[in-house]
Design a protein around this ligand. Structure first.
Ligand SMILES: C[S@@+](CC[C@H](N)C(=O)[O-])C[C@H]1O[C@@H](n2cnc3c(N)ncnc32)[C@H](O)[C@@H]1O
Length: 488
């Protein structure tokens, strides 16, 4: 079957089971077309859902009935043998169960009820768990390397746990392999949506085509519902779901209608991509769970080492002490630094002031900012490459992704060693012919690009923090001098 045919078959199947982008009932052969269309958005997730018309903020844009959702429960309902096998293993995690169920579903081929949906799933993913040693090392920052190594060993341990069960239930050897497990776990990690009855969540046909945008803090007034040109029934829906604007995600399972419902988080023009917030994630978390990064992520964070004595003398959690995406210290980081730069014997007495976020004194503020700038600089200096090196390397990787320049092109470049390491990495040179890279090498190249982009953005946050601190210090010094002048 041609790709187009498979796709139309999928939309027909979804329409027949009640998936719809329209509030009014329709017997159309496609579940989309009235509010949403599938389109390609090269810089924002590739395949995604675009607005088929102007969409008002708060409007219901898609409804996926419970029957269409692929969950462990719905899969087990259709497979008694599997239900009995899993029933005998109560120690499996809900995600392990769903992963096995998904592989069993894939193994059924055309006999699976979800076959048209399964055919549309991506073949590969770039989540941290799929990183090999070369890509993990390319992250350069210990915490990030550790996160990727942890993700890799977790997915392997989960697989080892269930190999016997998969054999027992007669899963074909290629579906029992680690490669298949990695694929199924990444499918679940990147595509499941929350449901109240299962921690593993659900796979939601059509609903999982929404690409991600980070949640915004507040919605602008000029996008108010009253201005939107929506019908009264849509308005009713909008009013009913007013509270959803306050939430971090804009879709959810609704018991009263037995369906997963998705709402527009803002007004969309025709043709614009309709995006969904899966939650608040740093770039490392996005990479870990979804295999991509945002160039501009308002929730990104960089952690710097802090003296444990200062840390333990406040009640701020370690997670709250970070540099923000724009280089500014978080409230907790500023507070902790102010305390750390004050004499230790005064910590108890000034603790309450620190929690209010107030500056203690100009000198204290300058010391805190100096300490932060110095720490960022030390961290940057310890990195194997600079921001400029990474920028250049990203350019080279981009070029290598479109055409393969001869290796001698990189001779003498600062990133020559890392490029050589790429060619030494497992699988890159297998089957390499003149200028075209084999598929496996292209996958490694993409994951390497993500790793370099991640470390580049991490370093950029530290560099921006230095600029922020320097500006603050000079501002404070000027006002201090003029203040002193005034006194004199
Ligand atoms: C739920 S799926 C969204 C649909 C997906 N693009 C598809 O073709 O099926 C989530 C995946 O889409 C991609 N994605 C989503 N939002 C993205 C974004 N803003 N930028 C880049 N990739 C994104 C990532 O690969 C992610 O794992």
């Amino acid at each position: 079957m041609e790709e187009q045919e498979k796709w139309e078959e999928f939309l027909r199947w979804a329409s027949e089971i009640g998936v719809s982008d329209s509030a009014s009932h329709s017997s159309s052969s496609s579940c989309l077309g009235r509010t949403l269309v599938v389109a390609h958005f090269p810089n924002q997730g590739g395949r995604g859902l675009g607005a088929a018309r102007e969409i008002a903020k708060g409007e219901l844009v898609l409804r996926v009935p419970r029957e269409a959702l692929m969950t462990t429960e719905s899969l087990l309902l259709r497979d008694e043998k599997l239900r009995i096998a899993l029933g005998r293993r109560p120690r499996l995690s809900s995600t392990q169960e769903l992963t096995i169920c998904l592989l069993v579903g894939v193994g059924k081929g055309k006999d699976s009820w979800w076959y048209p949906y399964l055919l549309q799933l991506p073949r590969t993913y770039d989540t941290l768990a799929s990183f090999k040693q070369f890509e993990s090392q390319a992250l350069q920052v210990d915490d990030a390397i550790w996160a990727s190594e942890k993700a890799i060993s977790k997915v392997r341990a989960d697989w080892k746990d269930v190999v016997l069960i998969m054999q027992e239930i007669g899963l074909k050897p290629q579906l029992r392999s680690f490669k298949a497990w990695l694929w199924a776990s990444a499918t679940i990690s990147t595509r499941t949506l929350h449901v109240p009855w299962d921690n593993a969540g659900c796979l939601c046909p059509i609903g999982d085509l929404f690409n991600y945008a980070a949640p915004e803090e507040s919605c602008t007034d000029n996008e108010d519902l009253s201005e939107a040109s929506i019908s009264s029934s849509q308005m009713l829906n909008s009013e009913r779901h007013d509270e959803k604007f306050q939430r971090l995600t804009d879709g959810g399972y609704e018991e009263d209608v037995n369906a997963y419902c998705f709402y527009a988080r803002k007004r969309y023009k025709k043709g614009e991509q309709v995006l969904l917030s899966y939650g608040t994630y740093t770039n490392l978390e996005l990479l870990e769970h979804y295999g991509f990064l945002l160039d501009l992520n308002p929730n990104d964070k960089a952690y710097v080492p802090i003296d444990s004595r200062v840390l333990s003398s406040t009640s701020f959690s370690r997670e709250s002490i970070y540099i923000q995406h724009d280089g500014r210290p978080s409230f907790a980081l500023s507070s902790v630094l102010r305390l750390g730069c004050a004499p230790q014997n005064s910590w108890k007495a000034i603790g309450h002031l620190v929690y209010t976020g107030a500056q203690l004194s100009v000198d204290n503020e300058v010391s805190a900012m100096k300490w932060l700038a110095k720490t960022c600089l030390q961290v940057l200096r310890k990195m194997p490459t600079t921001i400029e090196n990474d920028k250049l390397l990203l350019r080279f990787i981009g070029e290598m992704q479109t055409f393969m320049p001869p290796v001698c092109c990189f001779k003498g470049q600062t990133c020559e060693r890392e490029i050589n390491d790429f060619f030494q990495a497992d699988g890159v040179c297998d089957g390499i012919r003149d200028i075209s890279l084999p598929m496996k090498a292209k996958r490694i190249l993409e994951r390497w690009r993500l790793a370099v982009q991640w470390r580049f953005m991490y370093k950029k946050m530290l560099a921006d923090c230095i600029v922020y601190c320097d500006e603050l210090i000079s501002g404070l010094s000027i006002s201090n001098v003029s203040g002193n002048n005034g006194k004199c």
